[in-house]
Design a protein around this ligand. Sequence first.
Ligand code: NAD
Length: 343
Amino acid sequence: MQKCCKGSEVISKKKILLVGGCGFIGHNLALYLSKQGHDPVIVDSLSINNIYSLDNTEILNQKLYKSILESRLELLKKNDIDLIIQDARNYNSISALYEQIKPNIIIHLAAVSHANRSNKDPHTTFDHSLRTLENTLDYAKTKKIHVIYMSSSMVYGNFETKEVDEDTACKPIGIYGTLKYAGELMVKSYNQVFDLPYTIIRPSALYGERCVSRRVGQIFIENAIQNLEININGDGEDKLDFTYIEDLVRGISYCCDNEKSQNETFNITYGNAKKINELINILRDEFKDIKVNYKEKENFMPERGTLKIDKAKKLIGFKANHSIETGYREYISWYKNFWNKIN
Ligand SMILES: NC(=O)c1ccc[n+]([C@@H]2O[C@H](COP(=O)([O-])OP(=O)(O)OC[C@H]3O[C@@H](n4cnc5c(N)ncnc54)[C@H](O)[C@@H]3O)[C@@H](O)[C@H]2O)c1
């Protein structure tokens, strides 16, 4: 493995395979890892929540999302990051492909990454989330390649306390959280049986540049920019541990660079939940006339809160840098620029 410099620190340059790496987290992560001196390679079908599935998006935002997704591809190209278009469910093709890539680390991101969509279509969710994961684990097992699995805060289910840590019992509700937890157990079982090194990461309520997943932070800006009303499920007093994408990708990169991350589970979030209404207040500074409607809460959406990040701080030196005060403002500013460019 080559050495490369990250500031004054010398790290080993690693070939890092990102399965599902052209999604929101994956492409931001690939860009970050490449800047750190690593060699990321992406395998993605572009078929889930991506450019080949745009027909399923509401007409209103198709042009916008197409431009956002194309800008991901342009950025990857500009940074010489390889993207191989391949469905990761196909065991034979994918095993041969991984064998050619010969990664030092695999980060598994492929999934149907949306609670509502998962509840509506469990079969597709299972197929893209767990079938693909099993293919990754099967390839990695004999070579003992470090597998980093992207799980979710949804594995905790309803938070029974204001804060949860990695030792809090997981009681997922609904298809998405349950399949994410099933994925965690699969990863751990490969560690038990094959001694496969792993890291499990639980992010929460992400927001940031080039997201098309239609989570609250994104929809609020999109509606505000188009002078549309904003709908909130519930009274807006629910708290979420909103996390800016830069903090997450930096946390994942620490897991790639630090062996202490191996065979551990980490919450990688901002580490302090905020009310949805606080996000709205920030938005109001930028868009004075927004109109907000409060609607009934969605089914199977757990009550959440803060994910403690003390363990990540202690073992891998992770600290989040962006409160919503800074991160959400940066995201709004990016969105305004992007919007002006394409309109
Ligand atoms: N975004 C969040 O807020 C969040 C929070 C917690 C956990 N996660 C988890 O992180 C991971 C990545 O999330 P994201 O937000 O980047 O999702 P995303 O929907 O933006 O990206 C997922 C990518 O996986 C690809 N993919 C899906 N099935 C595939 C298959 N069969 N073969 C090849 N590629 C396939 C898609 O084409 C897409 O590009 C997911 O596992 C998700 O559950 C996300």
